[in-house]
Design a protein around this ligand. Structure first.
Ligand SMILES: [Zn+2]
Ligand SMILES: [Zn+2]
Length: 346
């Protein structure tokens, strides 16, 4: 079988390796689809979070080809979405329900390959059986959608106030749809890509702003009004912000547009340190929250949203590539103006 490994910056290789052997507590999948994550692109272009020879691909779905004798609830032929996170379940963070912050577990990557071995596989935890003929290329969004569900739970925005989402890659698009599914009434989306803005508006976002042509701050002060609080006489009236872009100007702008006590969820990773206006943070008691990965509960909720199509990821698939064309697939994902999600299939 074939698997893609990272070798060096901008160098991937498609290697021939032995097919996995299924142990008593394991499951082997034939991969049907694997999405390219923003973090995969950072690894590809900057060499971060990766080492030579390590397989890539954690957003995948496939068909079960072997089931260990100790595994319950799964059969050969089942089509499954994969939760690649495998927290230990017993460390202090796992014990308090923050399994997303566990450092002791090991994930299941290798989705850019013909087959994947899922060790210690538990149905309903690592593998979710798909209903009917639900497409595998949609099922491979389970992981990024789980990240979005986590961010929305963590920030707990007021759904009747204006909510601002910066950055409309897959995570931002999923945040928009999770907010809308929860009943948000005024979701404003910001991105420099017209394609990405159009996708978010088609999903039901209420207003799109493109910083290449719009003054985002002035526009939102004018349309959503201002608020005041001690030492902060003129703030915007935005009730919550989701930062999914990683762009340097976003957090300072978000801090000025947010009303006092608003949650500001930082989800995007940024390659360089960003500066923030601390006085706005302090005087408005803004709740600046990092949101990382997801818990098992978030993943279960994401699965339900996905298979019910209350979150519809079909319009987010911008490109499809064969595994043999993996470098072209990564270059397509890297082009943020033209891509949303690139899906690779063996
Ligand atoms: Zn991912
Ligand atoms: Zn743990």
């Amino acid at each position: 079988m074939r698997v893609v490994t990272w070798q060096a910056i901008e160098t991937l290789s498609l290697d021939e390796v032995d097919a996995p052997v299924c142990g008593p507590s394991d499951v082997v999948l034939s991969v049907g689809a694997c999405g390219i994550c923003g973090s995969d692109v950072h690894s590809y272009t900057e060499g971060v979070w990766i080492a030579p020879g390590v397989p890539l691909g954690h957003e995948y779905a496939g068909t079960v080809t072997a089931v260990g004798s100790d595994v319950a609830g799964l059969r050969v032929g089942d089509r499954v979405a994969v939760n690649p996170a495998a927290p230990c379940g017993s460390c202090p963070r796992c014990s308090e329900g923050r399994q997303n912050l566990c450092s002791g577990g090991s994930g299941h990557s290798g989705g850019f390959g013909d087959q994947v071995l899922v060790r210690n596989a538990v149905s309903g935890q690592h593998l979710f059986v798909l209903p009917g003929d639900f497409p595998l290329e949609e099922a491979c969004f389970l992981e990024p959608l789980s990240v979005a569900v986590r961010a929305v739970h963590h920030a707990a925005p007021a759904l009747d106030e204006p909510i601002l989402v910066f950055g409309l890659g897959t995570i931002g698009q999923c945040v928009v749809q999770v907010l809308l599914a929860a009943g948000a009434r005024d979701v404003i989306v910001v991105d420099t890509s017209q394609r990405r803005l159009t996708a978010a508006m088609s999903a039901g976002a209420h207003e799109a702003l493109n910083p290449s042509s719009d003054d985002v701050g002035a526009s939102l002060f004018a349309s959503r009004g201002t608020t005041s609080s001690p030492y902060q006489p003129r703030s915007g009236a935005i009730g919550a912000v989701f930062e999914c872009s990683g762009a340097a100007p976003v957090l300072p702008l978000a801090f000025s547009l947010a009303r006092a006590a608003a949650p500001i969820a930082a989800i995007a990773l940024a390659a360089h340190p960003l500066s923030i206006p601390v006085d706005d943070l302090v005087q408005k008691e803004l709740r600046l929250l990092g949101s990382f990965a997801y818990t098992p509960r978030d993943c279960q909720e994401a699965f339900d949203l996905l298979v019910s199509r209350r979150v519809d990821v079909r319009p987010l698939i911008s490109h499809r590539f064969a595994l043999a064309d993996i470098t072209a697939a990564f270059e397509a994902q890297r082009d943020t103006g033209a891509s949303i999600k690139v899906v690779v299939s063996p």
